[in-house]
Design a binder for this molecule. Structure first.
Ligand SMILES: *Cc1c(COP(=O)(O)O)cnc(C)c1O
Length: 424
């Protein structure tokens, strides 16, 4: 198995659980730092590379502060995410606001914080202009939806021509013309057409489409695009037989296109950025849960103290996450289980018919690759309280970076006192 190794052994984990009862998320600072350095090094062959960490993947300000120190910006899509970025030290143009169907107050905050607004539609130019009292920021960006020009797509994000995001080719041209007319000085171009993609050539193909658009804008509008954002969507190998995306290869292939297309157009140095979440924190976060029940009916079930409310991906898209049993890493996987949570939904299974070592009640199960789109996709359906988050520091110590939810949190939006005078 090539799964990313959980950084604590059985004894260390048992000690930790005494202080922080399961379920919890554990993130590995050292792993995240080494990983982001690898990512940035691969793309250092570009004159101006930037990674905007997709906040939705792991919206914890401690994790974001680590990434900020490594030179990352943030990709935000809501008002709370804009605030999180600001609090984490990611400010001004280190923040991309790539939202859709956006309320005016969110655009206003992004503008106030000096963040880069990425328009998701042609009509948003006037919408934002009205919201900002008749002005536009000096720098804007447009999200391109290449439609059927981009083949592929996948089940998470779908085919571009069926996706709700971005502007068509014709609208892109109109959008830049309009902003130029309104006096905007600096322009970016963005696209995001994949999710959890493992084929490295997919990203070169995307870059080609984006660079084509950059050249078209130059020709049709007379505007020089200063930065392109190639989106997120870089996948991670959840399954042992899958292969990590070779980012050095991706960077070199995109650099070839850059030299062929961007440099001759006089656009060098042009900023290149990604807004990845999954490949940055995904492999360095684990959901730790205790096997609290074992049941044998038509199948054999292991019931955990975590549930789909803590990690939705398996239940929602049948996503596969590796599971190891602490202390039984090398034991033969000679039992077949469905590993379940407590939600009253039959899809609440972390694994279905999975070969695992014999699991005993009290065993600690480690669910791998949960560091992105894990805790953040959690919910409270069925009165479930979401797990907290711990950070394994580079010096080996562990700190709590988010406590577990309490019943009080769950009831915080209700006014029980009002019930006393309420007559049904
Ligand atoms: C979700 C999202 C990302 C991050 O995707 P990952 O798969 O986590 O890298 C980046 N940009 C946009 C616009 C997104 O919606």
């Amino acid at each position: 198995m090539r799964m990313n190794k959980f950084p604590l052994n059985k004894e260390q984990l048992k000690e930790l659980v005494k202080k922080y009862p399961t379920p919890f998320y554990l993130y590995d600072e050292k792993g995240i730092v080494e990983n982001i350095r690898y990512f940035k090094k691969a793309f250092s062959i570009f004159p101006k590379f930037r990674e905007f960490f997709a906040v939705k993947a792991c919206p914890n300000p401690y994790i974001m502060r680590i990434l900020e120190k490594e030179g990352c910006g943030a990709d935000c899509s809501s008002l709370p995410e804009l605030i999180l970025a600001q609090k984490s030290g990611m400010t001004g143009h280190m923040v991309m606001f790539t939202s859709n169907d956006t309320p005016a107050e969110e655009f206003i905050l992004a503008a106030k914080q000096g963040n880069i607004i990425n328009f998701d539609d042609i009509t948003h130019v006037e919408f934002v202009r009205n919201a900002l009292g008749g002005t536009l920021p000096d720098t804007v960006c447009f999200r391109y939806n290449p439609g059927s020009e981009k083949h592929g797509g996948n089940s998470i994000i779908g085919k571009p021509e069926e996706a709700k995001y971005g502007l068509t080719k014709e609208q892109m041209i109109e959008g830049y013309k309009l902003c130029k007319k309104y006096g905007v000085k600096h322009f970016g171009l963005h696209t995001m057409v994949a999710s959890n993609e493992l084929n490295p050539d997919f990203f070169t193909d995307t870059a080609r489409i984006v660079f084509d658009m950059v050249l078209l804008v130059q020709k049709e509008v007379g505007v020089n695009i200063e930065f392109v954002d190639l989106g997120g969507g870089v996948g991670i190998p959840y399954k042992p037989e899958q292969k990590k995306v070779d980012l050095e290869y991706v960077a070199k292939e995109i650099r070839k296109l850059y030299d062929q297309m961007i440099v001759p157009a006089g656009l060098d140095p042009m900023g290149i950025s990604f807004e990845c979440g999954r490949p940055i924190t995904g492999p360095y976060g684990w959901l730790v849960t205790t096997a609290i029940h074992e049941k044998h009916i038509y199948r054999d079930y292991i019931g955990c103290d975590a549930c789909m409310a803590d990690l939705m991906r398996p239940g929602m898209y049948g996503a596969w996450h590796g599971i190891t049993v602490s202390g039984k890493e090398n034991a033969p996987a000679d039992h077949v289980y469905d590993v379940t949570g407590s939600l009253c939904e039959n899809c609440d299974k972390f694994a279905v018919q999975r070969s695992l070592p014999k699991i005993d009640k009290g065993d600690l199960l480690i669910i791998h690759d949960a560091g992105a789109h894990g805790r953040s996709m959690g919910f409270n359906y069925n009165g479930k309280l979401r797990a907290g988050e711990l950070l394994l520091r580079s010096d080996g110590s562990v700190m709590q970076i988010r406590r577990k939810e309490t019943v009080e949190d769950y009831f915080a939006t209700l006014d029980f006192a009002g019930l006393d005078s309420f007559k049904a």
